[in-house]
Ligand binder design. Structure first.
Ligand SMILES: Cc1cc2nc3c(=O)[nH]c(=O)nc-3n(C[C@H](O)[C@H](O)[C@H](O)COP(=O)(O)OP(=O)(O)OC[C@H]3O[C@@H](n4cnc5c(N)ncnc54)[C@H](O)[C@@H]3O)c2cc1C
Length: 462
């Protein structure tokens, strides 16, 4: 939908001319997220600086019925922050202040545009810890994490965004401002509005302030890189580590195709690149001696389960080396393939080898190259389907079938189609595969209760 001159003038009145972007070149950065092929130009980008302005913008949009797409840092992988039906992108980039780090209650109060990595650094400087660590942490915002219910490698021990938000301020599509929760560890006052908004991908309300729980920062951390000649052995090891009653802080895996791609892209040899699978196991704690003992136990479990070796990284330099392939993987894939379709299925942890075997089979049968990596401790498998040398015609006509086979397998194994990237625009037609008809109708009723005019982030989820 096109904004009228009078809509634009009203927006400029609310936030000032300098905060309404209309110029095509300046709009460019807001036309996509990290999936460049999902490209939609908004009529304008609006950058409010406070909650009152967001409230006025939403009241105006409600009255004039133009679409509003909230946007954090734009690092999403499902087209959630893209204005697929035009109207405005409402960027929260100016909500970038850490308002308070309350050491007594171990809580932080932040604006949604604060980058996750920045918050982590600031709380760690006072001995506290915000452990939600999406691999994109230096380029994603706390508001985007809330809207996507983001997780990260440390979720296996410390959980995901859901476990750390205890209070919010948000603006409804009508312009009304709501508050729920606070610096509270517990809260059972009525329906839990916070957790209805959490993970709602900017379709129900715009979050303008968050209260986050912090925990004490563990003193020590050791990471292990463990190569295996089979996925089964790697997956067995994951189960055995948990059975030993040691909870690792991270338990990541990558397949050989992923490591080899990184090696070629970075132009240097990476450790154990011929292994069929690699695990990164991280352990942390406050007692150095105990941590070293746990590290030895985990090392032995790995070797007994068939690991070819165990590389220990206990210095920042060694850790940097060990994580290089894992961290660079998505960028590598984008560099070696003109298009990359990243799926994000999640299955019960013990089903990971079956899931991966299925993707290898799908790749062989369809001719589409597939790379797997992910959070083994959470059962979260990232399945990247690469275009590489595949013709445009085959990519356009057959990709959908490949995606559906991957999703079907995850569901058959008791899993679902997305663990952390969300449904957004990209997977909206697949949502009915993951949830039943009654559940879907209930979700649509929740959407209608918050947003009866359908102006907030239209075209997403459903
Ligand atoms: C290299 C790479 C690695 C990644 N690794 C991970 C990972 O390990 N774990 C993980 O979970 N994700 C990961 N992601 C995905 C992405 O970083 C997360 O989804 C992140 O939470 C998005 O935050 P953002 O600020 O960039 O949000 P955006 O992309 O700007 O928006 C995401 C969604 O949130 C909504 N939104 C944003 N701000 C608000 C707000 N204030 N109020 C209401 N709605 C809002 C938007 O409308 C959109 O629907 C990765 C992405 C990349 C590119």
């Amino acid at each position: 939908m096109k904004l009228t001159d009078s809509d634009i003038a009203a927006l400029q009145e609310i936030v000032g001319k300098e905060n309404v972007i209309l110029d095509n070149e300046a709009l460019e950065d807001y036309c996509h997220d990290e999936i460049p092929s999902l490209y939609f130009q908004p009529d304008a980008v609006v950058k409010p600086e406070n909650t009152e302005q967001v409230s006025k913008i939403m009241a105006l949009a409600s009255e004039r019925k133009f679409p509003v797409t909230p946007r954090g840092a734009g690092s999403g992988l499902s087209g959630g922050a893209v204005a697929v039906e035009g109207g405005i992108v409402l960027s929260l980039e100016k909500f970038n202040r850490i308002l308070e780090i309350d050491q007594e209650n171990m809580m932080a109060v932040v604006e949604p545009g604060v980058l996750t990595g920045q918050l982590q650094k600031e709380v760690e400087a006072v001995g506290l810890f915000y452990p939600v660590d999406p691999a994109s942490l230096d380029s994603c915002s706390i508001g985007g994490n809330f809207a996507a219910n983001a997780g990260g490698p440390q979720a296996v021990k410390y959980g995901i965004t859901r476990h750390y938000v205890t209070g919010i301020e948000a603006v409804l599509p009508s312009g009304e401002i709501i508050n729920y929760g606070g610096k509270l560890v517990k809260n059972t006052s009525g329906y839990d509005l916070l957790h209805i908004l959490l993970g709602s991908e900017g379709t129900l309300a715009i979050v303008t302030k968050l209260v986050l729980k912090l925990i004490p920062l563990p003193k020590y951390r050791i990471d292990l890189l463990v190569p295996f000649s089979s996925f089964e052995a790697a997956a067995d090891t994951v189960t055995k580590i948990f059975q030993s009653r040691i909870t690792p802080v991270v338990l990541e895996f990558m397949d050989k195709a992923g490591v080899k791609s990184c090696e070629a892209f970075l132009g240097k040899e990476l450790p154990f690149s011929d292994a069929e699978a690699q695990l990164i196991v991280g352990l942390d704690g406050n007692n150095e001696e105990l941590l070293e003992q746990e590290c030895e136990i985990v090392g032995e479990i790995c070797l007994e389960a068939g690991a070819d070796d165990v590389l220990v990284a206990d210095t920042p330099f060694a850790k940097e080396n060990l994580w290089e392939a894992r961290r660079e993987l998505l960028e590598t894939l984008k560099a070696i393939s003109e298009e990359v379709e990243v799926e994000d299925v999640v299955v019960p942890r013990a089903k990971i080898p079956e899931m991966i075997r299925a993707t290898v089979e799908i790749s062989k049968e369809t001719g589409f190259p597939i790379v797997n990596w992910g959070h083994a401790g959470d059962g979260n498998v990232h399945v990247a389907i690469l275009k590489k040398d595949i013709s445009d015609e085959k990519w356009q006509t057959e990709l959908e079938g490949v995606i559906e086979r991957v999703f079907q397998k995850a569901i058959e194994l008791g899993g679902t189609i997305t663990g952390e990237h969300g449904i957004g625009y990209l997977k909206r037609k697949h949502l009915p595969m993951a949830v039943g008809q009654v559940e879907l109708e209930l979700m649509k009723k929740i959407k209608a209760a918050f947003d009866p005019e359908g102006i907030l982030n239209p075209g997403k989820l459903f």
